[in-house]
Design a protein around this ligand. Structure first.
Ligand code: NAP
Length: 340
């Protein structure tokens, strides 16, 4: 286990912004994790757990603490019956490699979550979701290091309090648990329609009528490559805002003015309105704001084209939030967490 000092966070976040972290450590085992955390706690040094850096933003003054990168490996089939296979995966495994592996096993459950840049331990934090699947659908439990007790605890799906792109790890228990492994229950069946429009259109245009996990994975990868900029070429953090979740009365008001506004029913009489559409209606799609490009292919993504700092990003973000607020009276929420 190594502890490095003064590490530029812009090299570790896909938006490529941010000052230095005072300390950074990669841990390969639970024992190493325990050691670095106890050490930091005994010196009153704050810590932040960093995954692939694709859904976090670093600020210009960096982080006056320890950034921990959990690289604990592991892949194990722990149960199987006639319909399901349950796998336990180390937090340090690369998410898409695990998706590929389960697809090769002909299992369904996470194939629509293909190509999401993440480590497995980070996937539950924001309840990653795409094309109608979210990790909450298949995650049965996870293990985490509880930084308040110093012990490993098992948390059930219910304990994680998953909601739309959110979980206890971003809310009530933020900073308390460090996920060390996740357990997923996947199905031996085939993916069932109806599919998201983009997916169905891909199947139709490619003459695909047999829906296998592999077919969904290939379709999702192809669609994502077309619509989402590669962070290695165009620095970005994926969806920069969550989709807007609004009440029935807000939807009624929206539809009165914009009858063709896209919307999808959620639970409890609430509705999802694609934030990309809201931003586009404000005339911001494709615009360059303080060095941040509102992605011309998908206005939900902000690309760091020439931003000099986090400050530029925050000015662009606030401009977008204000425009949507003024036009629709809807308050957008940033999706990536900030390293603070
Ligand atoms: P899109 O197909 O242009 O659709 C815009 C939004 O409408 C999506 O975000 C999606 O919400 C919602 N939507 C579309 N069809 C829906 C349906 N049948 N039922 C319910 N909601 C529907 O989306 P996109 O921006 O290109 O993204 C495609 C998928 O990749 C989405 O699922 C998106 O969440 C996911 N994605 C996630 C991230 C991330 O960082 N978390 C980044 C990029 C893309 P949902 O987002 O709830 O699916």
């Amino acid at each position: 286990m190594n502890v490095h000092t003064s590490i530029p966070l812009k090299n570790y976040t896909s938006m490529q912004l941010g000052g230095p972290a005072r300390f950074m450590s990669d841990v390969m085992t639970i024992d190493e994790l325990h050691q670095v955390i106890v050490n930091a706690q005994s010196r009153n040094i704050p810590f932040f757990v960093l995954g692939s850096g694709s859904n976090v933003i670093a600020r210009d003054d960096g982080y006056e603490g320890l950034v921990v990168r959990v690289r604990i490996p592991g892949f194990e089939v722990i149960a199987e019956d006639s319909q399901t296979v349950t796998i336990k995966v180390g937090a340090g495994e690369i998410w898409d490699e695990i998706v590929a592996r389960t697809v090769d096993m002909n299992l369904t459950g996470i194939e629509a979550l293909s190509d999401i840049p993440s480590y497995c331990g980070a996937a539950p934090i924001q309840n990653i979701g795409a094309y109608g699947q979210e990790i909450a659908d298949t995650l049965t439990s996870l293990e985490a290091y509880d930084t308040t007790s110093g012990h490993i605890v098992a948390l059930s799906r219910e304990d994680c309090k998953f909601t739309y792109r959110d979980s206890i790890f971003r809310t009530d228990a933020r900073g308390r648990y460090i996920i060390t492994s996740i357990t997923l229950e996947l199905y031996k069946s085939t993916p069932e329609p109806p599919f998201y429009k983009a997916l169905q259109e891909y199947f139709d245009s490619h003459g695909i009528t047999v829906y296998t996990p592999q077919a969904v994975r290939e379709a999702v990868s192809a669609i994502r490559h077309e619509k989402l900029p590669d962070p290695a070429v165009k620095p970005n953090s994926g969806s920069f805002f969550k989709n807007a979740i609004i009440e029935q009365w807000q939807l009624d008001e929206l539809l009165a003015e914009y009858p063709s506004a896209p919307h999808y029913a959620m639970d409890e009489n609430r509705h999802k309105v694609p934030t990309g559409w809201l931003i586009e209606q404000c005339g911001l799609k494709g615009k360059l704001l303080h060095g941040m490009r509102v992605n011309p292919a998908n206005a939900l993504v902000l690309i760091n084209e020439s931003a000099a700092s986090y400050n530029d990003l925050s000015l662009a973000r606030d401009k977008i939030i204000q425009a949507v607020q003024d036009t629709f009276k809807i308050t957008l929420e940033q999706e990536p967490l900030e390293i603070v």
